[in-house]
Design a protein around this ligand. Sequence first.
Ligand code: FES
Length: 113
Amino acid sequence: MTDDRVFLDVGNVDSFPESVMRCFHTRGTYISVVRVGERIFAFGDDCPHIDVSLAQNGIIVEGELLCYRHYSRFDLNTGSVLEGPAEAPLTLYDVKVVDGRVMLYVDAPVTSS
Ligand code: FES
């Protein structure tokens, strides 16, 4: 089965240092991309608690995203809230590495639980 979706090339995987969020603005949406080990995650950059940039107000701790404005924690795999005060999950986006390039799918967010 072929993947005919359109991905946006956001750079070489080597330009994503471990656990450092990089924020991209595309099609009216801010999306953060981060590499954790061998995995790449992409999510809406606005904290679901209050609209602040997670790339500027967040940190990756043991594979989880911590927003240090009010210390909400999020599961990067599902986007779910691990600890409030945030109540809504992260909006996740499909992302993959193809030939060393990080490709981000921006047309349809992944539904998170
Ligand atoms: S703004 Fe992120 S937890 Fe409050």
